[in-house]
Design a protein around this ligand. Structure first.
Ligand code: FAD
Length: 378
């Protein structure tokens, strides 16, 4: 909070944090309304998939706060998620590219989604299972974060133009900043709702926030960069008429369109200064780099199955799916006739990921106020 964190220095992707805070004030009420609807507050996932990268169940989070209350009684799930309604929405795909078949989804996607026919899928009410302090930590969670950052090690193809550092650098930086921004957001939530052992309440813990996020300018910037990235992906969905063609009821569509239009109005005034996906993967040779970027991000989503705290896994899977969806929208919709495959879980994840970022931006504002009143003792 030294006033030096307002500009992000990656070329063409400067983010002015003050502008994002203002945009967030404008659009937050609509976003909160949306994530409280039946459509957006339920998430379907497998919480028990084996970790694809290493064996061993050591490090299970044994705290009660790590658990998730998932829905076992089908009648509790709202109508919109009942099987007959799902059928009406064309499997689980809410917006489908005419030329592509469902099986092709996996090769083009930035996330490894749980399979629709997976017998272990459960519904979770996100409002009843907030992202907050769980007590999960130590060697196990650290090794996951290390593995997530290790995915940032891109291998340039020898002899090809991809080997040029200047070609590679920006995309590498964006990849790193994306996962770092996700990490900052998770840390902000868990410190904003930190368990106070004296009274058993969940409340902001400024000292923990400063240790994990606040003392690191770059971590705050990366979180704000993610806010712009996800908002821009939503705006792109609107520009490509995806929203108006979604098979959702009219009020839901209107809510989503209203939110995006408001975001677009505010962001357009400052567009040149904000995250610009058009500068990424510009050259023809960058196809390989883009594939590598996508494969590596998909591995990040698969790493979420290695998280040993159910509550953390729920939000980790949701948010990595949300970012993967945003990347797919930003990088794959380029020409006016392009269309996109979008599954229900991806849409729900995208909107909720945006809400997570919005809540983080608001929490950081609040932490800043607390800091000004009384900085924590170190
Ligand atoms: P960690 O947060 O574990 O960080 C490890 C190292 O990464 C740090 O030492 C630092 O060098 C580096 N680092 C930290 N932040 C950043 C950043 N933003 N950018 C770049 N580098 C960074 N705990 C909960 O209580 N609730 C949750 O909901 C929750 N969700 C989680 C979800 C996932 C996917 C994972 C992997 C963990 C989750 N955890 C959660 C655990 C939490 O993230 C921390 O691992 C734990 O609180 C221990 O924190 P730490 O201070 O030791 O450092």
């Amino acid at each position: 909070f030294d006033g030096n964190y307002t500009e992000i220095t990656v070329p063409d992707t400067e983010v002015n944090i003050g502008q994002i805070v203002d945009i967030n004030h404008e659009i937050k009420p609509k976003l909160v309304e949306l994530v409280n609807t039946d459509f957006f507050k339920y998430y379907k996932l497998n919480l028990w998939k084996p970790c694809p990268f290493w064996n061993g169940d050591e490090g299970f989070c044994k705290y009660k706060d790590c658990s998730v209350d998932f829905i076992t009684d089908w009648s509790q799930v709202p109508d919109i998620w009942q099987p007959d309604q799902l059928g009406k929405l064309g499997d689980n795909t809410v917006h489908k590219d005419k030329g592509q078949d469902e099986n092709e989804l996996s090769s083009n996607d930035y996330c490894a989604l749980d399979k629709d026919d997976d017998e272990d899928l459960v519904y979770v009410n996100l409002i009843d299972n907030p992202e907050r302090f769980t007590g999960y930590g130590g060697q196990q969670s650290e090794s996951i974060w290390t593995a997530v950052y290790d995915e940032n090690c891109f291998q340039p193809n020898e002899g090809s133009q991809l080997g040029q550092v200047e070609d590679l650098c920006l995309e590498k930086q964006i990849f790193y900043r994306l996962v770092s921004g996700l990490h900052s957001s998770i840390s902000t939530h868990l410190t904003n709702e930190y368990l106070n052992l004296k009274n058993g309440e969940y409340e902001p813990n400024l000292k923990q926030f400063m240790i994990k996020v606040g003392y690191f300018t770059e971590r705050i910037q990366n979180l704000h960069l993610n806010y712009v990235l996800v908002l821009k992906s939503l705006i792109k969905l609107q520009e490509y008429n995806v929203i108006e063609n979604l098979p959702l009821d009219d009020s839901l569509k209107a809510g989503l369109s209203g939110l995006i239009s408001q975001g677009a109005q505010n962001i357009n005034q400052t567009d040149d200064y904000l995250f610009n996906e058009k500068v990424l993967f510009q050259n023809d040779q960058n196809d390989d780099l883009k594939n590598e970027f996508r494969d590596k991000f998909r591995n990040v989503t698969r790493l979420m199955d290695c998280v040993h705290c159910e509550r953390c896994k729920l939000w980790g899977k949701l948010q990595t799916t949300g970012y993967g969806t945003a990347l797919k929208i930003l990088f794959d919709l380029k020409n006016p006739n392009d269309s996109i495959n979008l599954k229900r879980v991806e849409l729900v994840a995208l909107v909720n990921t945006f809400h997570r970022l919005s809540k983080s931006v608001e929490s950081i504002e609040n932490f800043e106020k607390l800091y000004k009143i009384q900085p924590p003792t170190q």
